[in-house]
Design a protein around this ligand. Structure first.
Ligand code: NDP
Length: 316
């Protein structure tokens, strides 16, 4: 005979700053939240070395240390943190059903989705190696640009993110080489105009990165003109990749509204979705800001929205 699934007030899916912030708020509101950590506990910050822009850490902190701190803070208020992977959801009824690792069914009155997003990479072996070493390969100019003041760096990508990040970097660094794989940008005309009017950005059209040079830190990149086949080395100390992100939202297809890139839609200025009692937080619903602090902020909002929603139902 199968066991009756447990019924929770608040289930949080994810384990980045959004999930833990939601947990801290939900736990302090006595919602007894359960966090299902997912396949990569800690989220994108686990791939980050120094985090110098999260308020409250005057001396900086590494991404993994910061996630450990957030987790500890959530545990301090008795959040029940479980490892596992949510494999299926059913948002048909007033009670939401969630399956962990295909077998364990959990019921929850509110669900906070904070499954995050992941940056896309070129996939070159030396790119991944130096990224993992924290050696000068980054997917976030706002996070890491500061470390390259006065340096020459390369930016890969031609969308709005790449254009925005290149102009951001140009204010800090000596020079930005912008590597665009086609003979035109994908970014909006306004952003391209900004790039073209920034004197220390040099756009190299039809160029792709073939390798990243450097033992422990980036010392250069090998680039190829994909029209002529000509290869050359660029002397750069940082490689920024801005070729898109992928939100982890596959699971919610058919249940929640999402935009054409897969980011979850929510009520403007709220974290609620079209399913009553289901809330979203962090990068899975935000392709614009994508910062640890903005994720944490929306995690807090989602917990407050969940608490108020339960109170309005007369549950809490
Ligand atoms: P996009 O998907 O729009 O652009 C990705 C870019 O990366 C494309 O130019 C693509 O080239 C390039 N690319 C992909 N793979 C590779 C590769 N292997 N090698 C080299 N280049 C590659 O992603 P964004 O993150 O830029 O933007 C996502 C969404 O967010 C867009 O809708 C954008 O408009 C929006 N956005 C809006 C902003 C704003 O309004 N201020 C700011 C930032 C983002 P190709 O063009 O050849 O396919």
């Amino acid at each position: 005979m199968s066991q009756t699934p447990e019924l929770l007030q608040c289930l949080i899916i994810g384990s980045g700053p959004a999930a833990y912030s939601a947990a801290i708020y939900a736990a302090r509101a006595d919602l007894k939240p359960v966090v299902i950590e997912g396949p990569k506990p800690g989220g994108q910050l686990m791939d980050t070395t120094d985090v110098d822009n999260y308020p409250g850490y005057p001396d900086g902190r590494t991404g993994p240390e910061m996630m450990e701190d957030l987790k500890k803070q959530a545990l301090r208020f008795e959040t029940d943190i479980r490892s596992g992977w949510v494999t299926k959801v059913d948002f048909t009824g007033p009670i939401h059903k969630v399956w962990v690792d295909e077998k364990t069914e959990i019921h929850a009155r509110t669900v906070i989705i904070a499954t995050g997003a992941s940056a896309k990479w070129l996939g070159l072996p030396n790119e991944m190696r130096l990224r993992d070493l924290g050696g000068g390969v980054s997917a976030c100019a706002v996070c890491d640009g500061f470390f390259y003041r006065g340096h020459t760096v390369a930016m890969v990508g031609a969308g709005d993110t790449a254009a925005e990040e290149a102009t951001y970097l140009a204010k800090l660094v000596k020079k930005v080489y912008m590597l665009v794989r086609r003979d035109e940008f994908r970014a909006s005309k306004a952003m391209v105009h900004r790039v073209e009017n920034t004197p220390n950005i040099e756009v190299l059209y039809n160029h792709e990165v073939r390798d990243v040079i450097g033992g422990n830190t980036v010392e250069g990149v090998v680039i190829e003109n994909n029209k002529t086949g000509e290869k050359r080395n660029l002397d750069v100390t940082g490689l920024f990749i801005a070729i898109g992100h992928k939100p982890a939202t596959e699971l919610f297809k058919g249940w929640l509204d999402m935009d054409d890139m897969g980011y979850l839609k929510h009520t403007p200025d709220r974290t609620s979705t079209k399913v009553p009692g289901v809330f979203v937080a962090g990068d899975c619903a935000d392709h614009v800001y994508r910062q640890a602090v903005t994720s944490a902020g929306t995690g807090c909002m989602a917990a407050l929205d969940a608490e108020r929603w339960l109170a309005a139902q007369g549950v809490h």
